[in-house]
Design a protein around this ligand. Structure first.
Ligand SMILES: Nc1nc2c([nH]c(=O)n2[C@H]2C[C@H](O)[C@@H](COP(=O)(O)OP(=O)(O)OP(=O)(O)O)O2)c(=O)[nH]1
Length: 135
């Protein structure tokens, strides 16, 4: 089975978390699910470098991601592939971005994010955020 390494950012502004909705996919189990922006790590790039590149490509935002912002890693197997996803907490001082790849987005306080239809890999992250003091 294919295994991908993925990074994702938990963007926080004014106490609310950015939840992004994926578009259509050949894998129905991730299509239209909510996720955190990010993507697959390419060869010879750091995790933080990957996330900076993905945020720029997907949303047109330029942010610096530091190793200290690491939040948690999730391992998840979908029917056709598996991922190791590293997440980072990323406070931002604006809500402006361009939605290049996603279908929709919502800024929500952590108490409300669990009502969304999250990709399965994201469910442990959503749970940890609820218990965490970072937001
Ligand atoms: N970015 C991101 N991907 C996630 C999350 N949860 C989750 O299951 N995934 C899965 C969906 C995708 O199969 C994979 C990430 O790949 P992607 O399609 O976002 O990455 P990419 O931008 O590099 O895409 P591509 O070049 O393969 O088209 O991880 C999440 O919260 N954020």
């Amino acid at each position: 089975m294919k295994h991908y390494y993925v990074t994702a950012a938990i963007l926080i502004n004014n106490g609310e978390i950015l939840c992004m909705q994926r578009g259509p996919s050949k894998y129905e189990y991730v299509a239209y699910k909510y996720e955190f922006p990010g993507g697959k790590v390419e060869e010879s790039e750091s995790l933080e470098g990957c996330l900076q590149r993905e945020l720029k490509e997907e949303m047109g935002i330029v942010v610096e991601i530091m190793p200290e912002q690491f939040f948690m890693t999730v391992e998840h197997s979908y029917p056709d592939f598996a991922i190791t996803m590293h997440t980072y907490i990323c406070p931002v001082n604006t809500r402006e971005f361009i939605m290049h790849e996603h279908k929709d987005f919502k800024w929500l306080p952590k108490e409300k994010i669990s009502v969304l239809d999250w990709a399965d890999a994201d469910k442990p992250i959503v749970e940890s955020l609820l218990k965490s003091e970072v937001v």
